[in-house]
Design a binder for this molecule. Structure first.
Ligand SMILES: [Zn+2]
Length: 273
């Protein structure tokens, strides 16, 4: 990863008229907030990689490494749906469920830089096992990977479904949009999965709003982008499921920066105004 990252940074910084002031990196995983080291990133297979130190040494510039979802929340706060002020919660639903929050203008990191992990809050007591080692996490019910795991378990349990048959019995080929469309077409298994997804996303978002009382709740990520009904379900249900005042104060918006939110957020964190 570093061998492809460094030439890319060199190429980009060399092609700009203005000399770069700093390097901002949005990286998946747990990031040490003081050293910018990647403590653990399961997607990259990284343990204790001193990413910020390494880039500082190569480029002789200040380097800020932030978790990709926190960086994306900051990007949406500063340049997207948050319009740069107040308190914002961002929930991203894609392969997994990630989230970041900005409280009164400051990125919320928590004691160990892992604050806001709404995907691993429990929505079902003793529910489905999660890769984090616990059970009943939101991510198991709402994400693309969660749908696939549930479909796979249903297939192995001998459950029949047109949705699965249409994909050769391979759950890994089924997308969130497939689940949504099959639910609409009367597939019983797809209906169960989709109802759970709406119900638990709404529940988790409403609880989050009740706790934080944000100005804006931003929803983004691949599943939100491809299935508008999920965003609409949150808009419809969340204001009534939180406290009266929190519901009145709340704006619910789609993410505006798409895949660029993490990049823009990391760049903004590295070069504060
Ligand atoms: Zn979990």
């Amino acid at each position: 990863v570093i061998a492809s990252l460094e030439p890319l940074i060199a190429e980009f910084t060399g092609s700009q008229e203005e000399a770069p002031r700093a390097i901002g990196v949005a990286c998946a995983g747990q990031i040490d907030p003081t050293t910018g080291a990647v403590v653990y990133a399961p997607n990259l297979g990284w343990h204790d990689v001193p990413l910020a130190a390494r880039l500082k040494e190569t480029f002789h510039l200040p380097v800020v490494v932030e978790n990709d979802v926190r960086a994306a929340a900051w990007g949406e706060f500063a340049f997207g749906a948050g319009e740069g002020r107040g308190t914002l919660i961002a929930i991203f639903v894609g392969t997994g469920v990630g989230s970041g929050a900005v409280l009164a203008g400051a990125l919320w990191r928590g004691a160990g830089n892992v604050a806001g992990e709404v995907g691993h809050t429990q929505v079902v007591a003793d529910g489905l096992p999660c890769r984090c080692g616990r059970r009943g996490c939101l991510e198991q019910y709402v994400s693309g990977s969660g749908f696939q795991r549930r479909l796979d378990a249903a297939a192995h349990g001998g459950r029949r479904s047109r949705l699965l048959e249409a994909h050769g019995g391979e759950a890994a080929r089924v997308t969130a949009l497939d689940v949504y469309e099959a639910a609409g077409a009367g597939d019983e298994l797809a209906r169960e999965l989709w109802d759970d997804a709406e119900r638990y996303l709404v529940m988790a978002a409403a609880n989050y709003v009740t706790l934080v009382n944000p100005d804006v709740l931003v929803l983004g990520g691949g599943v939100i982008e491809t299935v508008p009904a999920l965003f609409e379900a949150v808009v419809r249900a969340v204001p009534a499921l939180t406290t009266l005042v929190a519901g009145r104060a709340l704006r619910i918006e789609r993410a505006r920066l798409g895949d660029l939110s993490g990049l823009i957020g990391a760049a903004a964190l590295a070069t504060p105004a």
